[in-house]
Write a protein that binds this ligand. Structure first.
Ligand code: BGP
Length: 476
């Protein structure tokens, strides 16, 4: 049986982590540009250190990214050579609306993406477009405080309208927000929110989440109206929460963790606030302020498919347990004694992907798309930029096997797979270049040196073979 014939194999990137060229083409400044590398990054991305412009003391890796703004033709050609069926990329909001609130879009920004899409078409690659991969124009943060304000919905929809109309002939797969649950963990990076001293942060985060959920539903409606062939997905950072033990308190805490993340998808896929969220948010007195008609908007415009990133499962213990911590995408959990870890301390759990696929499919019964997965590692290239990345091949192979088992043996409905950072790019959590995910090595180092030249790693040919065999030939 195997994967469906039209399975969408490919790779994923995000504008802010690879384009660079932030002062070119009339582009404006965004939250993602002012997240520095180094010790202050965490305080900035979580909204606890206000940084709305670049200073001289910090390094801002988004300024240059991997210079894809100037090199996209070469990069897409390499994706084509690997046989990509799909390329997931995001739009830098401020290339289209530099301040966020202009009446007219910036033609130069639109032209840029049009060229990107044309290049994809040349190689038969279907674009999968994330409308908002963390970007929020600084102009809108200054004026209305980012997604804490309901006013963001109209600006976002204006962007959507321009994109859906202008790119009608190029794009049919859209994601409304990248890792929408990021808003709870990194609210500045995820939603342009800076906190003031003494604010009720949870209330603000859930209010902002409500605004994004309404925006997502309205964007879904608009996408379908503008082109009935459009397929719109939600996107969340997935990874099942395992209880640390069968002690009921641990099981309960793991359930709460899962619900916290599923909350967003529950709304986007089912069309209403799940009862657990409604009850808990009301009990805490932080249920978001809504407007008449919100319920109908959510109910009438659920997403067509569910996409997610999967890097690791999470292991959860009840508070008070003195367990060693482990890293991981989005937030830390306790160390799972049965797993190995990446160089950045993220658990490696291929079976966890099968578990997650099953849980998500059981819950929603909608087609799924894995739009991020991969191993961040410190590669060591030889003199020609060649990296013998057997460890990456091994990681991907195990995860693709797990995915195959979920499709073949568990019957989940999977549309495609785009591995994260198919070309090396800047890390979202740490701002480093050293943490590499790509099949393509980019000569750019954290100390600012490097030529930006691209070279194929060993995994390049391996992934090419995986795609050519529709996931049947995973051998090294
Ligand atoms: C997700 C983001 C990506 C990406 C990835 C890997 O949270 O959607 O933008 O960067 O994680 O994380 P990192 O770059 O921190 O290794």
């Amino acid at each position: 049986m195997g994967f469906r014939k039209d399975f969408l194999w490919g790779g994923a990137t995000a504008a802010n982590q690879c384009e660079g060229g932030i002062c070119e083409g009339g582009r404006g400044l965004a939250n993602v540009d002012v997240c520095p590398a180094g010790a202050d990054r965490n305080a900035v991305i979580t909204g606890h250190k206000k940084m709305l412009e670049m200073d001289k003391e910090h390094v801002f890796p988004a300024v240059e990214g991997i210079d894809m703004y100037h090199r996209f033709r070469e990069d897409i050609r390499l994706f084509g050579e690997m046989g990509f069926k799909v390329y997931r990329l995001s739009i830098a909001w401020t290339r289209i609306f530099p301040d966020g609130d202009e009446e007219e879009p910036n033609e130069e920004g639109l032209k840029y993406y049009e060229e990107v899409f044309k290049e994809c078409r040349k190689y038969g690659i279907e674009p999968l477009v994330t409308i908002c991969h963390f970007d929020c124009p600084i102009g809108l943060i200054r004026k209305i405080g980012g997604w804490r304000s309901r006013g963001m919905i109209d600006f976002y929809l204006h962007l959507c309208e321009v994109l859906f109309t202008r790119f009608r002939d190029y794009v049919t797969y859209w994601l409304t927000f990248n890792e929408i649950n990021m808003i709870l963990h990194a609210p500045f990076m995820g939603a342009g929110i800076c906190f003031e001293e003494g604010e009720d942060e949870e209330r603000i985060k859930y209010q902002a989440a409500h605004h994004e959920l309404i925006a997502s539903a309205l964007a879904t409606r608009m996408a379908h109206e503008i082109n009935p062939d459009n397929k719109v997905g939600c996107m969340f950072a997935a990874g099942s929460a395992y209880p640390y033990s069968c002690r009921p308190e641990d099981v309960w805490e793991a359930l709460l963790t899962d619900q916290e993340n599923y909350f967003f998808v529950d709304v986007q896929a089912r069309g209403y606030y799940p009862s657990y969220a409604e009850a808990r948010l009301k009990k805490k007195g932080i249920f978001p302020i809504t407007e008449p008609g919100d319920k109908e908007i959510l109910r009438e415009h659920p997403v067509d498919f569910i996409s997610f990133s999967y890097y690791n499962s999470r292991c959860i213990a009840a508070p008070g347990r003195d367990q060693e911590e482990a890293g991981g995408n989005l937030f830390k959990s306790v160390k799972n004694p049965y797993l190995k870890f990446s160089g950045w301390g993220w658990p490696i759990d291929p079976l966890g992907l099968r578990i997650t696929l099953n849980q998500v499919y059981d819950r929603y019964q909608k087609p799924m798309f894995i739009v991020e997965n991969g191993l961040g590692a410190a590669d060591e290239p030889d003199g020609n930029g060649y990296v013998e990345d057997d460890y990456r091949i091994h990681y991907l192979k195990e995860h693709i096997c797990a995915m195959k088992a979920a499709v073949e043996e568990d019957g989940v409905d999977l549309m495609g797979y785009t591995s994260w950072g198919c070309i090396d790019l800047v890390s979202a959590s740490s701002g480093e270049m050293r943490k590499r995910y790509g099949f393509i090595y980019v000569d750019k180092q954290d100390d600012g040196t490097g030529t930006y030249s691209r070279s194929k790693k060993k995994s390049f040919d391996w992934y090419k073979q995986v795609i050519a065999s529709n996931g049947e030939n995973l051998q090294l």
